[in-house]
Design a protein around this ligand. Structure first.
Ligand code: HDE
Length: 661
């Protein structure tokens, strides 16, 4: 084993050759089988280790051990993902992001397999294959991949009104996050928490990023996919390696049966949210990711999240989507990981002591010792053999049920538009414009005009001005009639400010990245002031230069660069500084990549600082009229003004000037 083909030599005896061939064949044999099936959804993902730290005891609402003691730390593994693309697809696809959390509690593993969007496309698990088939590449031609901008997807969505609410979320900037570190997570379904007295409280789970939410703009996303298809995984990897550990707070929306009965929608309907303004989010602990994986395959690829992994003190509800998931996740792991023993792989095994009477199966590598493989048995001396632990083990919440069990959708699920409208009206004008632009982009890729029009007919039930904007953007010659709603649209739901990204700005540039374009002759005083100011803010500074080896500053000192100009385009930074000397400007003023560096940053509403000498490059790049987002740095002390401006993240006032269609 372990030898390679190079060890086959002609001067060996026949028998040696035979043995070496066996060794070589075994290396090749193993290589031939290195692949396992990728996940049927969420194939592209990236994971990291960390811990969950509980703030205060929640013993009054749940008996789950991880919530009993203040400051209790529970080891955790998180995998973020996109949904539609294959394992090798690009990170900035417009797509929902998976946010799957495995908590290795002292009572066994609890998996919260969530998304970065709190609602879903469908209300019943039976429709999952349809929505996913429609979203993925079309079966006859095998493309387009990793995108929903095609006929099949919008055909399905426009024939399935319950998807409209989610359609608004996916056309919002939530589906093009700046990185995993800047997005929320949601458990989506209503779950139960159960205390030691057996009392149940309904709960919705939220993850709130400490760095605040942030997204990129669509034109930027398209370019990032080319410049760095691994943009999101690199961002997480770099942050953790630098010791800048990303954090989220776990939030709980807690409510009882009485609230569920009076709430305007069914709490078991996964196409609905409960606005935070109606049930506040109580922050109960923090999730910190502080360790990258040792091996991508062993950890990120082999991790098997299962919605049915819960611990005593947590329980399910009758949400029909959740019930279906509880079948699917176990089922899919059997296919992907090859047999029932995937639960013993190090990334999947509980970290607490546990005993089962399981045995054998494909790849059984944790095997019971002794004779007792059934219970009850008498192989444990006077006390008897191992038995099921009735007190410590899991017991289901004994919910009262009545009525017929039917395969139909509940009438209480029939309002398909009101909350989509509420979501849209809760966005700032910039975000509303992005939603309209995203619908227009996606539907412009749809080749069948009837599908475009059908989608607009649903948008008329959301907001007339949105529908008109999209219709105009598509150049529909005639506005279709509004789709007939199953239930009248409630137009009186108050906006929920918590649903806006831009309405809840973090007020910091912490965790972000500034790209500084430098050349020979750069002013070292100005450069180090910019570097120091951003480091103090907790941001990263990367130097981009004509050549990666570096530049010679005006005082003769040598400054190493991080990127050559064409490998470090401005789309991979949150803000840029162009600190060129006169000679540097002369060199780069006609260089296309340098012009793109500036033009893209300007078009994407980024803050731009520049040396006075760099002005000709800015002008050639189209920055003829300087706005307040373009800041000239004439002395080192002004670096602070630039950082201050960058705390707004983007200079949105510019957008109307640079985005005309
Ligand atoms: Fe999933 N989903 N899903 N899903 N899902 C999978 O399980 C499924 C749904 C989510 O990083 C699969 O291990 C059904 C909602 C994440 O490994 C599969 C339904 C939410 C991940 C599956 C849903 C999710 C998955 C494929 C409709 C947010 C990636 C591979 C009833 C709350 C986990 C796998 C990871 C993965 C089925 C809907 C989140 C096929 C049937 C709603 C984050 O079992």
């Amino acid at each position: 084993m372990g030898m390679n083909v190079a060890s086959l030599r002609c001067d060996k005896s026949i028998s040696d050759l035979g043995r070496d061939r066996t060794a070589a064949t075994s290396a090749v044999f193993h290589f031939d089988h290195e692949r396992i099936p990728e996940r049927v959804v969420h194939a592209r993902g990236f994971g990291a280790h960390g811990y969950f730290e509980n703030y205060d005891s929640l013993a009054d609402i749940t008996r789950a051990d991880l919530f009993q003691r203040p400051s209790e730390k529970t080891p955790t593994f998180v995998r973020f993902s996109t949904v539609a693309g294959s394992k090798g697809s690009a990170d900035l696809a417009r797509d929902v992001r998976g946010f799957a959390v495995k908590l290795y509690t002292k009572q066994g593993n609890w998996d919260i397999v969530g998304n970065n969007i709190p609602v879903f496309f469908i209300q019943d698990a039976i429709k999952f294959p349809d929505i996913i088939h429609a979203a993925k590449e079309e079966p006859h031609r095998g493309f387009p991949q990793a995108q929903t901008a095609h006929d099949n997807f919008w055909d399905f969505i426009s024939l399935n009104p319950e998807s409209t609410h989610m359609a608004l979320w996916i056309m919002s900037d939530r589906t093009i996050p700046r990185s995993f570190r800047f997005m929320e997570g949601f458990g989506v379904h209503t779950f139960r928490l159960v205390n030691s007295k057996g009392k149940s409280t309904f709960v919705k789970f939220h993850w709130k990023p400490k760095l605040g939410m942030q997204s990129v703009v669509w034109n930027e996303a398209l370019k990032i996919n080319g410049a760095d298809p691994d943009f999101h995984r690199r961002d997480l990897w770099d942050a953790i390696q630098l010791g800048d550990f990303p954090e989220w707070e776990l939030g709980l929306q807690l409510f009882d049966e009485a609230f569920a009965n009076k709430f305007a929608f069914d709490v078991l309907d996964a196409t609905k949210i409960i606005p935070e303004e109606e049930v506040p989010v109580r922050r109960v602990g923090r999730l910190v990711l502080d360790r990258v994986v040792d091996n991508f395959f062993a950890e990120t690829e082999q991790v098997a999240f299962c919605t049915q992994n819960i611990v005593p003190g947590i329980d399910f509800t009758n949400d029909p989507l959740l019930q279906g998931r509880n079948f699917s996740y176990l089922d899919t792991q059997l296919k992907r990981l090859g047999g029932p023993n995937f639960t013993y792989l190090p990334i999947n095994a509980p970290k607490c002591p546990f005993h089962t009477l399981q045995q054998d199966g494909h790849m059984a590598f944790v095997n019971p010792k002794g004779r007792a493989n059934y219970e009850p048995n008498s192989w444990g001396g006077a006390a008897g053999g191992p038995r099921e632990a009735l007190q410590a083990g899991f017991t289901s919440y004994p919910a009262e049920e009545q009525g017929q069990k039917l395969r139909v959708r509940s009438e209480t699920f029939a309002d398909h538009y009101s909350q989509g409208r509420q979501f849209y009206l809760s966005q700032t004008p910039i975000e509303q414009a992005h939603i309209a632009a995203a619908f227009t982009f996606e539907l412009s890729k749809v080749e069948t005009p009837a599908i475009r029009a059908r989608m607009v007919s649903h948008l008329l039930n959301i907001d007339e001005s949105l529908a008109k904007k999209v219709a105009d953007g598509l150049r529909l010659q005639e506005l279709p009639k509004a789709a007939v709603p199953a239930r009248p649209v409630v137009t009186t739901l108050p906006p929920s400010p918590a649903l806006s990204i831009l309405g809840n700005p973090p007020g910091t540039f912490k965790g972000r990245k500034v790209g500084v374009l430098v050349s020979d002759g750069v002013d070292p005083g100005l450069l180090s002031a910019v570097q120091a100011a951003f480091r103090q803010e907790g941001a990263m500074v990367k130097l981009v230069a004509p050549m990666v080896g570096g530049v010679e500053a005006s005082d003769g000192s040598w400054i190493a660069a991080d990127e050559k100009i064409d490998g470090g385009p401005s789309v991979v930074f949150d803000a840029i500084a162009v600190l060129l000397s006169d000679a540097g400007t002369q060199l780069l003023v006609d260089e296309a990549t340098a012009r793109d560096f500036v033009a893209d940053a300007f078009a994407h509403c980024k803050f731009i600082a520049h040396s006075s000498a760099a002005m000709p490059l800015l002008q050639k790049a189209g920055v003829v009229e300087r706005d307040k987002g373009v800041i000239e740095l004439t002395e080192p002390a002004q670096a602070a003004i630039f950082v201050e401006a960058c705390r707004q993240l983007r200079f949105w006032e510019r957008e109307a000037k640079v985005k005309r269609v």
